[in-house]
Design a protein around this ligand. Structure first.
Ligand code: CDP
Length: 202
């Protein structure tokens, strides 16, 4: 049986952690759609045309650890404004969403554009300062060089670009449940998300 859980929200809101936990809880597959845009963005850093890169994307391109840097995140949000790039990635995401056994997809436009018929939709957010602090600690923890100021600036710049673009702008679907994780520990955020999905399933 297909069952799609769409999880959207701004940069570093905790979508990844929540999505993985929800997928494990329900026994569903998980797709971090940000990785698709990050992989395309990464290719443009060596001069590849973004539309060509999106059309040639393979599953192996999504595995690289190097996709998690702020430089690649910026490149991702720059290619994400291009309609042809987004169009090239639609079929893969929709096929994943409808796979048998259930799927969790997280991104910016899952509940609005990719899967408007998703059985459950969440919009996960937190203040920019809280999100930047979490991302800063994550980057430092992985051994990257980062400063709090630069991470906050990256988060704010990408949010603005993601919300203001013409193609699939970041915004909550009308029927999404909003979860603000600014004052929630990971466990509490995951529990709130599971409860919201259960309520939409009923
Ligand atoms: O992990 P983080 O929230 O910082 O970013 P991400 O989810 O990996 O997404 C990186 C960038 O890809 C975002 O800033 C968006 O510009 C773009 N993106 C998008 O446009 N649509 C999606 N469904 C997912 C990501």
């Amino acid at each position: 049986m297909a069952f799609t859980i769409a999880i959207d929200g701004p940069a570093a809101a905790g979508k990844g952690t929540i999505s993985k936990a929800i997928a494990a809880h329900f026994g569903f597959a998980h797709l971090d759609t940000g990785l698709l845009y990050r992989a395309v963005g990464a290719r443009t850093l060596d001069g590849t045309d973004p539309i060509d890169a999106a059309r040639a994307l393979t599953a192996e391109d999504l595995a690289a650890d190097s996709l998690r840097t702020p430089e690649v995140a910026q490149a991702a949000s720059r290619v994400a404004v291009i309609g042809e790039v987004r169009a090239a990635l639609v079929d893969f995401q929709r096929a994943f969403a409808r796979r048998a056994g259930g799927a969790v997809l997280d991104g910016r436009d899952i509940g609005t554009v990719i899967c408007p018929e998703a059985e459950a939709k969440l919009f996960v957010t937190a203040s920019a300062e809280v999100r930047a602090e979490r991302r800063y600690l994550e980057l430092i923890g992985k051994g990257h060089d980062a400063s709090r100021e630069a991470v906050l600036a990256d988060v704010k710049e990408r949010d603005a670009r993601d919300m203001e673009r013409a193609e699939a702008p970041l915004k909550p679907a009308e029927d999404a449940v909003l979860i603000d994780t600014s004052e929630l520990a990971i466990d509490a955020a995951v529990q709130a998300a599971i409860a919201a999905v259960e309520a939409q399933r009923a």
